[in-house]
Write a protein that binds this ligand. Sequence first.
Ligand code: G6P
Length: 612
Amino acid sequence: MCGIVAYIGPREAYPVIMKGLKRLEYRGYDSAGVALLDKHNLRVFKKQGRVAVLEESIIGEDLHAHAGIGHTRWATHGEPSDRNAHPHLSASGRLAMIHNGIIENYAQLKTELTKKGYHFKSDTDTEVLLNFIEDIQENNQCSLEESLRIALKRVTGAYVIVLLDRNHPDTLIAARKGSPLVIGIGKGEHFLASDASPIIEYTKEVVYVNDYELAIIKCDELILKNLGNEKITPFVQKLDLELTAIEKGGYDHFMLKEIFEQPDTIFDCLRGRLDAAKGTITMAGVQNNLDKLSQAKRIIMVACGTSWHAGLIAEYIFEEICRIPVEVEYASEFRYRNPVIHPGDVIIAISQSGETADTIVAIEKAKEQGAFIFGVVNVVGSSIARISDAGAYTHAGPEIGVASTKAFTAQLVVLILIALKIAHEKQTLSDERYMMLLSELHAIPEKVKELLHSSRHIRKLAEKYKGVSDALYLGRGNNFPVALEGALKLKEISYIHAEGYPAAEMKHGPIALVDEQLPVVFAAPKSVYHEKLISNIQEIKARKGMVLAVISEGDDVIAKMADDIMTVPLTDELISPLLSVIPLQLFACYLGMAKGFDVDKPRNLAKSVTVE
Ligand code: G6P
């Protein structure tokens, strides 16, 4: 979490940085700040709240500079406040620094520095690291670069840091371990950011900095080094990203835009991969490792948040058609549990951002134990994409709304394609069903388009239910994780307490909550569970609960029983979550909007969780 932007070059740094910070606000929005350096004149402006609040507060200030650093914060150490906002200044006032990550041994370093007489203006780990760097520099009379190298060898945790030195206005110094850093290379200028979105309108040439690398950046020079002071040749890549992809395109909110983009994103995800007529699935990452994947003794899906829900749905699909046992793990639990990994185990790491700290470490742990890592990632060139042994991109395009929507359905599509390919290879699926599933999958983008036509109806439902304080989401089979995802979306976006549960398990607890105040949302497209779900709905109605059901077109039975329905086109039940989740995304989004919340930036959340 936290977004960082920096600039050095002939342009005015301030507008470049502010525009960039606004694009990165999805990474955190507790406070924002900027440090500007011009001819040894170093100024820091920072403010609690959104980037717009900072902008407003410094109208009329001298903002002229050709080098600067900016930060938008998701608080870890220290409450959101002006004082804890970045950039921080060193004790001498000579250095300014921004930081994304957590310095885990900051308390120890702080004690050492306090004994030496240092006082701290903030509660942050960042200020500790900054003074630690300055202290080393003063004691060793060495360059900033050298002191940074020494400091980082003592530091545990994750970081991207960027430093400005008042005495060297021609240089930015940055370092990375565990948090993302992209450097854009322009003509006589450089741009630094947590992702490429602040950079694309200026240049498409970028370098993704790796862990344990330092970057020394001047207007027309970029030097990369490792912590051993050896130079590394920067690997310059071309960005495959258009500006329009990160703009709202006529929608009021990114979340809404991203929900409505799903016919296209699913299509893009299938394009070039699925040929339903010929019965082929082309995915190089899968094809090149088909032996490993199809002979896997066990598949372990590792992910967090919404991506974890995609893994849960995939568990049903892989077990059903590939006959491979699957476990789905929260990356944060898996990494610390000393998990048992056997040769022949395959890890599928699922991540939109490719930067989630827990998922990264979980992969690294599994890799150490010899597991084969397959990444299902959205952000091209991200850390998880790079550390995986093989993978498949989800091609959903930039997802800016903090709550994941289009990335989730794209993850499902990729996971379904992988499962189908393995099942076909293993012959655990009849050719007839294989061909039928391929053609159903091919039809999904059109069906998503069709179901989105009912958005007005869903908006009305959101108005109707906006006053509730709790909701229960239920589903069975691979629509149980859809219920979890629906509940997660609702609580993230509308701050209504919601729980997802397997519909049958509801009798072992949540049924106690059911009364006329409680909406119970069923993810109930046509499936083998239909009759069982009808019984569950009866159980809710018998206790006067309100039933809101996502059902397949033509399902008159549930339609008659439920208080309200949201319909989705019919498809094979194996892939039905691709449709059934979308009304729930819309419902949460409209409900959040109806309550007047910023659905793109829900409180306390961040899109990319780069701290554990
Ligand atoms: C955060 C986001 C979620 C996302 C989760 C995992 O909590 O708000 O939308 O599902 O992180 O992120 P990842 O990028 O690894 O999919």
